[in-house]
Write a protein that binds this ligand. Sequence first.
Ligand SMILES: Nc1ncnc2c1ncn2[C@@H]1O[C@H](COP(=O)(O)OP(=O)(O)O)[C@@H](O)[C@H]1O
Ligand SMILES: [Mg+2]
Length: 160
Amino acid sequence: MSKTVPKATPTIREFETKSAAGTIAIGRKLADLLKPPRLLILRGDLGAGKTTLVKGIACALGAADPDEVTSPTFTLIHEYAGTESGQPDGRPIKLLHLDLYRLDAERQLDSLGLDDLQTEDALILIEWGEKFKSIRNRADGEISVTATGGDTRRITLTLK
Ligand SMILES: Nc1ncnc2c1ncn2[C@@H]1O[C@H](COP(=O)(O)OP(=O)(O)O)[C@@H](O)[C@H]1O
Ligand SMILES: [Mg+2]
């Protein structure tokens, strides 16, 4: 008789930070673990620090300075061109940062053309992606940011 062993989703990394700068530093570290093609949900309450984390990831890829990374709440999507490890001669990486806070119907995702965005060189990070079944199905992992008191945050990267 065989027993069905539940397949645990592996938690790859867990971090704690005490400031926005600390969260950016963690984003820089995480970038190396997020080789394209990848689509991740960025999970966490408003103001948790999801966009702040993207600043660090963009920076590590040489895609943008932290100040240049702003919330795509109204534009839905921001695109940055980077390279692996930010090396000038590194493999090109297209960083796509989405924020779907303002959307609530699956149908509204159509105009984003996610199929076309999911290219071999794309690292796609989607704030509020967990609201949509189609995004949950596409995601191959998530990063959650949780406030644990004051400016302290717990950041967990889970890759499927
Ligand atoms: N440890 C921390 N990590 C990230 N942001 C922090 C931290 N402590 C305080 N903050 C502040 O919280 C806010 C997070 O904003 P943002 O990254 O836009 O959140 P989200 O995208 O999750 O809504 C910023 O104003 C930031 O300065
Ligand atoms: Mg945000």
